[in-house]
Design a protein around this ligand. Sequence first.
Ligand code: NAP
Length: 256
Amino acid sequence: MTKIFSLDGKVALVTGASRGLGRAMALALAGCGAHVVVNGRNQAGIAATCAAIAAAGGQATPMVFDTTDITAADAAIDCIEAERGHLDILVNNAGYGNAKTASEATNAEWNEIIDVDLNACFRLAKRASIGMIRRGWGRIINISSINAHIAREANANYCAAKAGLEGLTRALAVEWGPKGVTVNAIAPGYMMTPDNMDTPLRADPQQRERFAERTALKRWGQAEELDGAVVYLASNASAYCTGHVLIVDGGMSVKI
Ligand SMILES: NC(=O)c1ccc[n+]([C@@H]2O[C@H](COP(=O)([O-])OP(=O)(O)OC[C@H]3O[C@@H](n4cnc5c(N)ncnc54)[C@H](OP(=O)(O)O)[C@@H]3O)[C@@H](O)[C@H]2O)c1
């Protein structure tokens, strides 16, 4: 049974894997046999993720680039294809919000979030799809957010970008399905990651409790609680699943 979750022989790129959810998903994919290319903008962070993967008996390669830099992102995909022979799994995880209200956000602040959370994911998927389509097998997994479905104040650009990412997921699934490439998304709820855009929220005991109370499970998620979702969508276990958004939110979105 565990064989259908095996990623032996596969090469995966996880963007934004120097910490947080990306790091946890990189470890999970490597734990199932994938060679993981670990991306971020911060050399020390991605080196630490690679070391953790190696310590657990997995294989990883660090690759520093900014996903919003079109030339660098294209070159990174081409480099993986050239050096490893194939890129089979792309996890578009790098992303963040800047907590600007719609009223105060400048055009530049709006565009920054659309660029990292939506445009960069599209461009990476487009480039990665070339080799995947040629080989007739590929997995693209976009990391959305529960904020694509339910909005939070001071987050309009982030909500719009993540909702756009889910629309893009469905469109690419339809376009590339006949060519053997599945495209799905994971929409996490509020997860405990050490240092991210929600750190100020978690630091406030009342807000921390308010968000826990909003879920059916009465708690925030842990980064490792995406492991099953990402391995499922990356492996043959999800062969007939495409264009899907897998919500992993402790039941926040189904609770009144
Ligand atoms: N944590 C949550 O509760 C939650 C909930 C829903 C959705 N999400 C989504 O899950 C993803 C990860 O969130 P997280 O909480 O793990 O965030 P995080 O802890 O802030 O980590 C973000 C990662 O992305 C990298 N990164 C940011 N911009 C980048 C860029 N332009 N190019 C390359 N790497 C970049 C960062 O590394 P460097 O600084 O080294 O570049 C870091 O590794 C995001 O897309 C986020 O929207 C998170």
